[in-house]
Design a protein around this ligand. Structure first.
Ligand code: GLC
Length: 624
């Protein structure tokens, strides 16, 4: 086994329970979601055995409202495009203060156009004290001065629109900043209009916090407020108090925020940390999972029954009559839950679920405890997600990176993988999988994790808290730093690298986070000139997606499921059929070439590929 140096063969005709789905890998069939009904009118499922009998996955026949099979034109704009995440603070600084800004983004729109991007997800750029780099919003209706003005935002929306690019806003609605006027009013006493807008609770008899819940960023999830004589709940930092969605006035206020941005002409929303908005009826202690007697809040509040009612209300109030899309950050939603979350009867158009992102962690809150995984297991997660998305008539957001995650080259490839070939192999997966690809800024250049020597070098508060948690749990400094090197959020937040000038052309000032020291080679200007660069591979794949509608909207069928080196699948629609083969290992890999017999190679990372064999990290796309 070679996908990770330390990986063992986990699946060999053994049963593995993945997110409620029973997967029989290494045998001749793949069975998904035992006992789940598929009573959704828009999609019919049919079982199909692949020719080599190595795997069987379902194929969906999707129909439109008139019962006719869906053609490419029936799909929405956001299903056929490519999305790109911009970490606003790190993309491009136009005024020399070392912080990226909206005018900087506007000045670089052509790079995104060139990549074939049709939607830009902006991380929060509203007024914020920046305790969590903008995910603590003090005013949903204004732009933080560090990022520009509302006029700059209007211009960005307008200039992007001229390039057929829509702006997608990040709605952080589980919580606000503690500096938000709503919270200021709420904490001012128990008898004001907003006293019930946040989650307040009395201390236990001994004066301690109402429960033993630990926040996602470490420490108690409750903070005492002297004035109210009560504790307030925060799933994340004390500076991020949770809103009380049980209060209809809160839900109305949030709908108003979303409406404001719809009227501005944005193309969609990403809903932050949305699985935490509904709290349980009673606040009860949980079984401790840490030395200090606390329990991670995720286990106590994620995906609480009744959450979907709030989200249905939000959807019908905000989306009706618009062409915007929504994508929810849905940690805690597994593939088998997807039918409730996406599709015409679900609450979002897409959700980011994290099965594949958390594959190497036994406990995502503890970066020191990693687990072994195999390629069949990785593939099974995607296939399960595809199945459960398709059966709802829903849609999948394909991603391997975001601003909370390590860089995919480090995350998913074996140690020692060649960086350029590895980035191209992963890019092939992202851009040919069924669903809307989401590219994280820098991913298209082949960015890798930063490896700074001390925890003091890291800016992100959650990274610092993860480190502290590890030390408190008794891990050594070296073990805690290994966790930081593998999973720190800073790795996806270093400044974008535009050229080989100082600070990579990101800023003329001092960047808020150091530019990674490989910028002389890995930057937009250099890579665009190099025909073999990662960037040009992205551009080629993006062009291929445009030319082959089946890559955008065709069905997905996995091949060679139990193959431990190759991720292979087909995409097929009335527009055509393509077969994608990606070797994610560092060894040559062979496969039964009958799946590409007579097929023409459309694109390959290593020139003309020899059918039946893939070089290490080689990726190839054939037209059948
Ligand atoms: C989401 C964001 C993350 C943020 C957290 C709290 O997970 O992606 O960056 O820190 O929510 O808002």
């Amino acid at each position: 086994m070679e996908l990770k140096k330390h990986m063992k063969k986990l699946l060999s005709c053994t049963a593995l329970l993945v997110s409620g789905a029973l997967v029989l890998a290494g045998c001749s069939s793949l069975v998904l979601n035992i006992g789940e009904s598929a009573a959704v009118p828009t999609t019919e499922l049919s079982e199909k055995k692949s020719e080599d009998n190595a795997v069987s996955v379902s194929e969906a026949v999707e129909t439109n409202e008139d019962g006719a099979t869906l053609g490419h034109d029936d799909y929405k704009w956001w299903q056929k495009t490519i999305a790109y995440e911009i970490y606003v603070k790190s993309f491009k600084d136009s005024d020399g203060d070392g912080i990226g800004d909206l005018n900087g983004i506007t000045s670089e729109l052509d790079h995104l156009k060139n990549l074939g991007v049709g939607a830009i997800w902006l991380t929060p750029c509203y007024v914020s004290p920046q305790a969590d780099n903008g995910y603590d919003i003090a005013d949903y209706y204004n732009i933080d001065p560090a990022y520009g003005t509302m006029e700059d935002m209007d211009r960005l929306i307008d200039e992007a629109g001229k390039r057929d690019i829509r702006i997608v806003m990040d709605l952080v609605f589980n919580h606000t900043s503690s500096k938000n006027a709503w919270f200021t009013e709420s904490r001012s006493g128990k008898d004001n209009d907003k006293s019930d807008w946040y989650i307040w609770a009395d201390p236990k008899e001994d004066g301690s916090a109402p429960t033993n819940w630990r926040s996602i960023f470490g420490g108690s999830a409750w903070t005492y407020d002297e004035k109210r004589g009560q504790y307030y709940l925060h799933t994340f930092l004390p500076e991020q108090p949770d809103l009380n969605w049980a209060n209809p006035e809160v839900r109305k206020a949030l709908i108003d925020v979303a409406d404001f941005w719809v009227k501005k002409g944005v193309g969609g929303f990403r809903l932050d940390a949305i699985t935490y908005i509904k709290k349980p009826e009673k606040f009860l202690d949980g079984t401790p999972d840490a030395n200090d007697g606390t329990v991670g809040i995720h286990a106590m509040t994620a995906n609480t029954k009744g959450i979907l009612d709030y989200l249905h209300e939000f959807k019908s109030a905000v989306q009706t009559g618009t062409d915007i899309f929504t994508v929810g950050e849905a940690n805690g939603v597994s593939a088998s839950d997807l039918p409730n979350w996406v599709g015409p009867d679900g609450v979002f158009d897409m959700v980011f679920e994290f099965g594949h992102m958390n594959i190497s962690l036994s406990d995502e809150m503890n970066w020191c405890v990693t687990r072994e995984w195999s390629l069949p297991e990785f593939k099974a997660l995607f296939t399960a997600s595809q199945e459960n998305t398709i059966r709802t008539g829903g849609w999948y957001p394909m991603f391997l990176e975001n601003h909370d995650q390590p860089r995919s080259i480090n995350h998913f490839l074996p140690e020692g993988a060649d960086r350029i070939s590895g980035a191209k192999a992963l890019a092939t997966l992202v851009l040919t999988m069924r669903g809307t690809p989401f590219i994280m800024e820098g991913e298209e250049l082949g960015f890798v994790n930063v490896n700074w020597p001390s925890i003091e070098d890291y800016n992100d508060i959650s990274t610092r808290n993860h480190y502290k948690f590890a030390i408190d749990e008794g891990y050594s400094e070296a073990e805690a730093m290994k966790g930081v090197h593998d999973f720190a959020r800073d790795s996806s937040r270093t400044p974008m690298q535009w050229d080989s000038s100082s600070n990579a052309g990101f800023t003329t000032g001092t960047p808020w986070l150091p530019v990674y020291d490989d910028y002389a080679k890995y930057n937009v200007a250099s890579e665009i000139e190099d025909k073999d660069s990662v960037l040009n591979w992205y551009i080629a794949l993006s062009g291929l997606r445009r030319e082959h509608p089946e890559l955008q909207t065709g069905d997905y069928t996995e091949l060679f499921h139990e193959h431990e080196q190759i991720f292979a699948f087909t995409r097929e629609s009335e527009d055509g059929k393509v077969t994608i083969l990606i070797n994610l290992s560092l060894e040559e890999a062979s496969y039964d070439p009958s799946c590409v017999e007579g097929a023409k190679q459309l694109l390959g990372t290593n020139g003309e590929s020899k059918k039946g064999t893939l070089a290490p990290l080689e990726a190839v796309v054939y037209e059948n």
